[in-house]
Ligand binder design. Structure first.
Ligand SMILES: *[C@@H]1O[C@H](CO)[C@@H](O)[C@H](O)[C@H]1NC(C)=O
Ligand SMILES: *[C@@H]1O[C@H](CO)[C@@H](O)[C@H](O)[C@H]1NC(C)=O
Ligand SMILES: *[C@@H]1O[C@H](CO)[C@@H](O)[C@H](O)[C@H]1NC(C)=O
Ligand SMILES: *[C@@H]1O[C@H](CO)[C@@H](O)[C@H](O)[C@H]1NC(C)=O
Ligand SMILES: CC(=O)N[C@H]1CO[C@H](CO)[C@@H](O)[C@@H]1O
Length: 270
């Protein structure tokens, strides 16, 4: 048995499957491989051990390693996936990579991570700012009390998905998650934030959004016109679905001469 294999054996013996050190995490990266996680720990002098999840490709750097007083958590169904590895069981090869990204720390939002070619380099690891979903249904008369929506969270690592919360008075339609991409930019949201009807207004009589098609996809007739359908609700905006007559939901006259009016599909606020 050569020296390399000996190190590998010691290393395996120190890996604790289904264990996780609780309470000393100072950094978390995802998605990242186990080897990259070890290297990341080795370039942080304050990293004494890692929690690594193979299924989630989640790497937790710990400021402590297991001792008589610092305990690793027993494997439960929740932590089964994790392995605990203390720094002093890393191979010499890994330790010698410390400082490989240079003596100055990586720029904000980047981490020292092994590249696909095997070398270490400062690599984008975080997304900043917030994604900008399409706000469908906002008209010029946007109520002033709406906030802009967002995450209510500052930490967003490459590969992580975050739930987006649409502004008050709007709900996400077609999903609500966005991923932080490898270039540090947010994925273009595939959902829209659409104006909804408040639960306190079940018939949507206060609906102020700009949906202009019916449930079957027919285009709405403009309110100020009386063709193809004549009517007396002439003062509403454009051809937006509205509920001026206590119908069950917002509706509109349609441009189809054979269909006088139809309900519109408007999401209900949660
Ligand atoms: C805990 O981990 C050990 C070692 O990986 C494994 O053999 C055992 O089945 C696990 N226990 C449970 C309850 O999953
Ligand atoms: C995120 O949104 C999904 C639905 O898209 C939901 O199942 C999940 O519980 C949400 N997570 C959090 C943390 O709110
Ligand atoms: C959004 O609406 C909820 C419930 O109406 C309210 O409690 C909250 O303060 C509002 N948030 C903002 C930022 O306007
Ligand atoms: C309906 O609304 C969409 C989105 O605001 C707009 O692009 C479109 O021109 C409108 N169509 C009609 C016929 O008003
Ligand atoms: C160092 C440490 O304990 N890191 C994390 C390991 O996993 C547990 C369970 O989620 C976290 O609470 C710890 O912070």
């Amino acid at each position: 048995m050569d020296f390399k294999n000996l190190i590998l054996m010691i290393w395996i013996a120190s890996v604790r499957s289904g264990r996780r050190l609780i309470g000393y995490e100072f950094r978390r990266e995802s998605p990242i491989g186990q080897k990259q996680c070890l290297k990341l720990c080795s370039v942080h002098t304050d990293c004494l051990s890692i929690n690594f999840s193979k299924n989630q490709l989640l790497c937790e750097l710990n400021s402590q390693s297991e001792t008589a007083t610092v305990k690793v958590m027993e494997n439960t169904s929740e932590t089964d996936d994790f392995i605990y590895i203390s720094r002093n069981s890393f191979s010499q090869e890994t330790i010698s990579l410390a400082g490989a990204c240079g003596n100055t720390p990586c720029p904000l939002g980047q981490s020292c991570i092994s590249s696909t070619t095997g070398g270490l380099s400062c690599t984008v690891s975080r997304c900043f700012g917030e994604p900008q979903p399409v706000h469908y249904g906002y008209s010029a008369s946007l109520p002033g009390n709406l906030h802009n929506g967002g995450f209510f969270s500052s930490e967003s690592y490459v590969g992580e998905k975050r739930n987006y919360t649409c502004a008050n008075g709007t709900v996400p339609v077609g999903g609500n998650q966005v991923m932080c991409l490898a270039n540090g930019q947010w994925e273009k949201p595939q959902f829209i934030c659409q104006v909804c009807t408040e639960t306190s207004d079940p018939k949507g009589e206060q609906y102020w959004g700009t949906v202009n098609v019916t449930v079957t996809g027919k285009t709405c007739q403009r309110w100020e016109t009386t063709t193809p359908h004549s009517h007396s609700f002439l003062t509403f905006e454009e051809n937006f679905c509205r509920n001026p007559d206590q119908t069950s939901r917002p509706w509109c006259y349609t441009v189809d001469p054979s269909v006088r009016w139809e309900l519109c599909e408007i999401p209900v606020c949660t």
